[in-house]
Design a protein around this ligand. Structure first.
Ligand code: ADQ
Length: 467
């Protein structure tokens, strides 16, 4: 069996004494997938160094070997805070108004991808399958090919691929997109992101997309398909059954004191639609006087990417907005929004999800959204809660039995909350069963297998075929 080499910006393989806190969806999913595979997870340690030396720190824990490098301050600023999070992240989430184009960001992005390629290259053996993750490392495959690598290589994009009309606002977009063709398999979460990519290839690169998923541009051909990511369902079931989850459940139920809980759990990011969510909830309170004092919104949102200015701004506006809504509607014994800026351990989250009668998950744009799936997995089958989900999350294509809303519409959010509160038990059970069936069957193991199978079937890499 080939080894699997996973390469991503950050390596979140399990480490001894891991602090509890917010984990990104990618880390949760990949740690679970890698546990089954012999192989290495390579990436940035998250630490800075005065001078990049290419030194690799190896660690092995809970069946996962991680190999990490430190980066220079300038690398982090230009590649991570810059091109990845100030250029690509907003653009790929359709926010060209927030995207910043700076020559130094693009230079730093290329430089760090080169550093990744040069450092990881000697670790790779002839039979290894290479799986590169996410928007930080799009050019890595091409960089590895330039260094003679002939292995099968796949790339998975965890965020949306934007419509062509937005993509073309990126300076030198063709170069970035062409570099993707160095891979053998390109994966997206949904058909929608895949179609945007295919449309881009045809319009901007003059390529052809066959119905079997083959994409051809000139001499090169690559397989592109949708592989929707799932959660580790079994692991999450265990988390729900744990004592920690039970304690968290009881803590929330006790403090709810008979009131219904609406829960939201997100990284603090403008793509998650938190302001719009608060405003939708405000509209609900305004329109449903009878519900005031009987429900509350628990929004858990640990800050992320604090070094990027836009994230400071959104934090300030959410502080202000939650304070304003609470000031407007609170009573001496009731606060409408409990706004919590910290991360929780997965078992705590599992307990909170189970205790909440409604989940309000309304990203403006989201590659997939794993919180929605975790909420479903945590429910009591006899008395499940209701999931209100943005139609613009990738997960909406699988969780069709959620109450799907337009996250930009306050009325839609308000109506959905009312409907969720009034939903008869039989309907809740029926909807939950359909969603749970999907979350259980299309889990992270299924996702990993689908992608790696496609990679194994990809045949000899194009470089070999060309010889
Ligand atoms: P994220 O944008 O991070 O991931 P998401 O898919 O919702 O979004 O994953 C978040 C993960 O972090 C979940 O597992 C959740 O439990 C955890 N988390 C969130 N808040 C937390 C908190 N307060 N405490 C502890 N844990 C918390 C990106 C893309 C998504 C895509 C994933 C995976 O933006 O669209 O689904 O990658 O591909």
């Amino acid at each position: 069996m080939s080894r699997l080499i996973v390469i991503s910006n950050r390596v979140s393989a399990p480490r001894p004494n891991d602090p509890k806190g917010a984990q990104g969806g990618l880390s949760v999913a990949l740690a679970a997938a890698l546990r089954e595979y012999r192989g290495i997870w390579f990436g940035w340690s998250g630490n800075k160094t005065d001078e990049f030396t290419g030194h690799i720190d190896f660690q092995r824990h809970e069946g996962v070997t991680s190999a990490t490098i430190d980066l220079e301050e300038q690398d982090v600023e230009e590649y991570y805070n810059g091109y990845a999070n100030r250029t690509l992240w907003p653009l790929f989430h359709y926010r060209i108004d927030l995207a910043e184009y700076d020559r130094s960001f693009a230079g730093g992005y290329e430089r760090v991808n080169t550093r990744f390629a040069e450092t990881v290259r000697p670790l790779i053996e002839a039979d290894d399958l290479i799986w590169v993750h996410d928007y930080h490392l799009i050019p890595l495959g091409a960089q590895l090919r330039e260094r003679g690598l002939k292995n099968r290589m796949g790339f998975f994009l965890h965020i949306p691929w934007p419509p062509s009309r937005l993509m073309v606002s990126l300076p030198f977009h063709e170069g970035l997109a062409l570099s993707l063709l160095a891979y053998d398999v390109i994966g997206f979460h949904t058909e929608e992101w895949l179609e945007s990519f295919q449309n881009y290839v045809e319009r901007e690169l003059g390529g052809h997309c066959d119905s079997d998923g083959t994409i051809r541009v000139g001499e090169r051909s690559v397989h592109a398909a949708a592989y929707p990511i799932g959660i580790d369902y079994q692991e999450f079931q265990q988390a729900v059954a744990s004592n920690t989850a039970r304690t968290a459940y009881e803590r929330l139920r006790k403090s709810a004191d008979g009131r219904r809980t609406i829960i939201g759990v997100d990284r603090l990011d403008y793509s998650k639609g938190l302001e719009e969510r608060f405003l939708g909830y405000r509209r609900f309170l305004e329109e449903n006087e009878d519900c005031r004092g009987r429900v509350f919104l628990l929004q858990i949102a640990p800050p992320s990417r604090g070094e990027v200015h836009t994230y400071e701004t959104i934090r300030e506006s959410l502080d202000e907005l939650s304070g304003r809504i609470n000031g407007e509607f609170a009573e001496v014994d009731w606060v409408p929004i409990r706004y919590v800026n910290q991360g929780y351990a997965r078992e705590d989250l599992a307990g909170f999800y189970r205790a909440a009668e409604i989940a309000l998950i309304t990203p403006l744009r989201d590659g997939m959204n794993l919180v929605a799936k975790e909420y479903v997995a945590a429910q009591d089958p006899e008395d499940p809660g209701v999931l209100i989900l943005s139609r613009f999350a990738g997960a909406a294509l699988q969780l069709k039995d959620a109450l799907l809303v337009n996250p930009y519409s306050k009325e839609d959010i308000s109506d959905a909350i009312r409907r969720a509160l009034e939903m008869p038990k039989e309907e809740r059970i029926r909807r939950w069963r359909a969603m749970n069936e999907n979350v259980n069957s299309e889990d992270v193991v299924w996702w990993r297998k689908s992608f790696v199978d496609a990679l194994e079937k990809a045949g000899p890499s194009r470089s070999e075929a060309a010889e």
